[in-house]
Design a protein. Structure first.
Length: 152
């Protein structure tokens, strides 16, 4: 039986010592995952913010956003396959929106594989709209990237 505490999602800034969890999620979710070293480099860049989603005390997902002046980009968002459809991705998106607004961001951007229907649906529900396509952008497998923006 699943209890409320096992499915309740909490979101908070991710600590540097939790990047190994993000790297594990990367390996589960992406055909070309970032290494823990790459995550650390991004974490320490000064322009990024990392948020983690936790379920039952365990890392369920994470998201990375960069921001410079009034523009932000969600560069990564991932949820463990066995923790999907519990609201973690939506909670991460709300946290990034709030963080972006606090940083004075007026427009958020992201890109997504054209065939990732679940992600496209999430982003549309979160207020993103399509602004372009990068043909053949992704490899492993080769696929177009859809560019999405959101006005804050």
């Amino acid at each position: 039986m699943t209890t409320a505490s096992q499915t309740e999602i909490t979101v908070r800034p991710l600590a540097e010592d939790e990047l190994s969890s993000a790297a594990e999620i990367e390996a589960l979710c992406f055909s070309e995952p970032w290494s823990e070293r790459s995550l650390l480099s991004s974490y320490n860049s000064g322009h990024t913010v990392f948020y983690g989603a936790f379920c039952g005390g365990a890392a369920a997902g994470y998201a990375v956003m960069t921001s410079v002046c009034e523009e932000g980009e969600i560069v990564r968002i991932a949820v463990c396959p066995d923790r999907r459809r519990l609201g973690a991705a939506s909670a991460l998106m709300r946290a990034l929106d709030k963080e972006a607004v606090s940083r004075g961001v007026k427009k958020l951007r992201l890109e997504v594989r054209a065939g990732n229907r679940a992600a496209l649906s999430l982003y549309e529900k979160s207020g993103f709209y399509p602004v372009g396509v990068r043909r053949g952008y992704y490899s492993s497998p080769k696929e177009d990237a859809v560019l999405l923006d959101k006005d804050l």
